[in-house]
Each structure stands twice: as C-alpha cells, then as structure tokens.
Design a protein around this ligand. Structure first.
Ligand code: GDG
Length: 472
C-alpha cells in the first residue's frame, strides 16, 4: 500500500536518560500535532534525529524498536555530525543568511562536507523504507539537499519540501559558496512550499539567477522536470489553544497571575533565545516607554520568557549575556520596592503556563528582526476567547502578512515599538475586539490541519499533472 514518509531533522519525541536507560516521550509541538494525522496512520512513518547522541549499538537497536512502534524511525547522529552539520552548517551558515544576519555567517568547508554527508545519511535511511508510489514530505533548512539526493535514486517518487524559515533575497543567498548545490538539491522536489509569497518569490528569483532553468509564473523547468513553487502559510492547533483556557490547571495558573499582578497591566514576550527574534530591541523599547511615560512606572510589566537554545554557539551566549545586562539595567533603574518592570525567565515552561499567560496578558509583543512565520503570535490570538487583548507584531514575521489587524511595527524602529505599546495600552475595548475577532477567524480557519491537508492535496495534484505530461 502507498505510504507517506515525513522527514525532518528532529523527530517529534523527547528522549531522557536515567542510569543508562532511555525513555521516550512524544513531544507535542505544532508541527507534530498537525502531522500526527498523517504519520500515525497505517504504515506511514516519520524519520529524523531523536535529539540525543546514542552510540551503543544495543541501545540504538532498542530505541529503534520502541520508535518503530510509534511509527517513527531514527537517524542517529554522532556528536561530530551534530557539531558540524547541525550547529555548524545549519545554524552558523544557513540560519544567519536566511534571517538576513549575514555578518554572523561562517562559510566553512568542513561544515559543508558534514551537511552533505548527513543529508546522504538521511537519504540512505529513507531508501530503506521508501517504495515506488510512496509520498515523501521533507521539512526545513537542515535537509535542503535531500530532495535532489532522493530524486537521483528514485526518479518517479513523489517529493514535497517545506521551508520553515524565510528564504532570503538573492543578494543574500548568493553569498553562500554552495548556493548552486543548495537550490539544485531543493529542485529535486515536485512541490516546494514557503510561508510567504515573498519567500516564494525570492526562491524563484535565486534559482533563475543561479541555474539554467526556465521559470513561468511559479513553475520551474529544470533537467526535463517541472517543480511547482507555492506559498503555504502555516497555521496552529487553534482548538487546542482556545480550549486550554478552560483547563483546570490553566485556570489555576491564571488565578495565581491575577493575584500577583493586581495593579499592573502585562506585556508578554515569548521566544527561543535567538538574535533573529529582536529581544534586545524589545527591551530597549520597553525601557524607552518607562523613560518617556513615567505614568506607567509601577503600572506595566514586561513578562519575558526566553527559552534556552543553541547556547553553545558563541553569538547566542553573547546575546544571553547582553539580555541579562539590559534586564538588570532596566530593573535597577526603574524598579520600586513593590514592582519589577521586567520579569525575565531564561527557561521553558509547560504549555499550560504559556496558555495562562496568553490568556492573562493585555498585550503580546512579538518583534522579530526576521521570522519565517512566528507561531507565538497565532497562539496568543487563539487563546483570546473573549476577543480582547492587543497583538503588536513585527512586519518582518511571516505572520504579519495574515494578521493584518495586529499593530504592525518595524522592529528596528525602537520609538515605533514604544508608541505601539502606548497605543495598545490605550486601545478602547471595542477596537480590541474588532481586531481580535478578525484575527481569530483567520487563525481558526487556516489552522494546522488545513495547512497539512492543503500541502498534501497540492502535492497529489502536482504529481497527477506531471504524470499527464509524461503520458503525452
Ligand atoms: C520555526 C521558525 C516558524 C515557546 N516557549 C515555550 C514553548 N514555545 C513554543 C511556542 C511555539 C514555538 O515554541 C515557537 O514557534 P515559533 O514559530 O515562534 O518559532 P521557531 O521555534 O523559531 O520556529 C518560525 C516555525 O518554525 C514553524 O514553521 O513559525 O518562523 O523559526 O509553538 O508555543 N513551548 C513550551 N514551553 C515554552 O516555554 N511548551
């Protein structure tokens, strides 16, 4: 029977080790939820790195057996591969260039070699399970070469690829020494998806500048094949976030927040530690607010969660130190005996805590310098069952193309962010409700299930189209 194979760098699973014994727990990120309807069915399968270095062949075998029962299949990576393929080429080369922070990028032959080899490793494991007629859906920038590598082995198999981070303008993309190999790898897919129309356009432009292709609208012809390139803005599990407001655990958390913040309005900020997320600029804007508007001293808090991420990479470690310093300065400068302006947490929380915060916060402040989509903004909207609350959103986040009823800001304009906070604090309830209702309709309709269905349906259509062309 025809099956679907999902491939991503990470499997939707958390492995924990205790006394040399590993235990597995399904992790419930947005993508895992959405793709759950696919990979858990029949003999479908999700393939990826389980998130831990496991070297002992006996342990590998045991974990493989356990994962197979969950329709998952591991690609084991050595520490060296993690360092060079994942932290190296993926996060020190592709990530900064794709997020328009090219000064942070390292172009290192050793990183590239590892990237190539690990993509090949993924190919070999996909080949162990793939059969003619199957559908393969590959995710994200760690696996840009995989579509091409699979195409070379299985010319007729159906391959979809979705890029979760921005695709940069050609002027940035061209900086990468291996640009031709990267776009060639991507063109191994039948259908290529991006979050926004701009990403799609940037890809089409880059490919036509780099390779001898013909492009007509969103179709690329290359090596006697056609590849369709389209925009699929990713959604979230709207019902889950909306329903979490009624969860007893979340209600309890909400009560704690109400007791702790009786006098203050809350501005909420949630991200992974990343220079692309604009965390420092956000802090500067909040500092400016307190400086220009002393009437808010004691009345507003910035509740800021930064989830630890990649902090072995030097730029991330530096960013963390700078955040610590700036938070310290703001608190030292403005705090009173009973009030801390910035409540900063450098750790992750259970989703119930997040949901309580989404429910409680008057304002959600999302100001990335660049973001493929940004799911936090959509989760805030989904959580606002009363239609109140204000979202301030960076125009550089993919989500800003859909959530046009947010207050949209340029994240480099600190003064504009400050003014947006003032506007949000003063926004009359009917206007909050009008905007929030519009956004909720959109986030509810174009949810994660809709996104998965749309991509898969389109992939089937593209394959039918290609078969018809071959038959002619
Ligand atoms: C990449 C692209 C694109 C955050 N803190 C905690 C926590 N989270 C969850 C949020 C949200 C997710 O992490 C973050 O998603 P984002 O979309 O904001 O950002 P990235 O991780 O950078 O994701 C991005 C996305 O892929 C999808 O295509 O939107 O542009 O960069 O779901 O809720 N979850 C828990 N505790 C936390 O403390 N449990």
């Amino acid at each position: 029977m025809r099956k679907t194979i999902i491939v991503s760098n990470r499997l939707p699973v958390k492995i924990t080790e205790k006394d040399g014994e590993f235990s597995l727990q399904a992790s419930e990120g947005g993508l895992a939820t959405g793709l759950g309807s696919i990979y858990r069915e029949g003999n479908n399968i999700w393939l990826g790195w389980p998130g831990q270095e496991i070297t002992d062949p006996k342990q590998q075998e045991k974990i493989t057996r356990q994962l197979r029962q969950m329709n998952l299949m591991p690609v084991f990576l050595t520490q060296e591969e993690i360092n060079n393929f994942y932290e190296g080429f993926s996060n020190e080369t592709l990530w900064p260039v794709f997020h328009y922070m090219a000064v942070y990028a390292r172009y290192d032959q050793g990183y590239w070699d590892a990237y190539y080899q690990v993509n090949k490793k993924f190919r070999d494991i996909v080949m162990q399970v793939a059969e003619q007629g199957d559908i393969i859906w590959i995710h994200d920038y760690q696996l840009l070469l995989l579509p091409g590598m699979l195409r070379a082995e299985m010319p007729e198999i159906s391959i979809g690829f979705f890029n979760h981070i921005p695709f940069p303008s050609y002027e940035l993309f061209r900086l990468i020494p291996w640009r031709a190999e990267l776009v060639e790898g991507m063109l191994g897919a039948d259908l290529l998806g991006f979050h926004t129309f701009d990403d799609t356009r940037h890809f089409l432009n880059a490919v036509s500048r780099i390779l001898p292709v013909n492009t007509s609208a969103n179709v690329v012809s290359y090596n006697d094949r056609t590849v369709v390139v389209e925009t699929f803005p990713m959604g979230i599990d709207f019902n889950k976030f909306s329903a979490l407001g009624n969860d007893p655990g979340v209600k309890h958390q909400l009560q704690n927040l109400q007791e702790n913040f009786q006098q203050e309005r809350m501005v909420l900020s949630i991200d992974r530690l990343d220079y692309s997320k604009g965390i420092l600029q956000r802090l500067q804007a909040f500092e400016l607010l307190l400086q220009l508007h002393p009437e808010y001293v004691g009345k507003v808090v910035l509740y800021m969660i930064v989830v630890p991420s990649r902090d072995t990479v030097p730029q991330y470690k530096e960013l963390r130190d700078e955040i610590d310093k700036l938070v310290g300065n703001i608190n030292a400068r403005f705090r009173t005996l009973s009030w801390h302006p910035v409540q900063y947490f450098y750790r992750s929380f259970p989703v119930e805590v997040l949901a309580a915060l989404y429910n409680y916060a008057d304002i959600c402040l999302v100001t990335p310098m660049r973001d493929g989509m940004n799911l936090v903004s959509k989760e805030y909207v989904a959580s606002r069952n009363n239609n109140d609350g204000v979202l301030i959103l960076s125009e550089m986040a993919g989500a800003s193309k859909e959530l046009i009823d947010a207050i949209i800001v340029n994240p480099n304009n600190i003064g504009a962010i400050t003014r947006a906070i003032v506007d949000a604090l003063n926004m009359p309830l009917p206007e909050q409700q009008r905007r929030m209702k519009q956004m909720r309709q959109l986030v509810s309709k174009f949810n994660i299930n809709h996104w998965v269905k749309l991509f898969m349906t389109r992939l089937e259509e593209v394959n039918e189209m290609q078969q018809n062309m071959l038959a002619r």
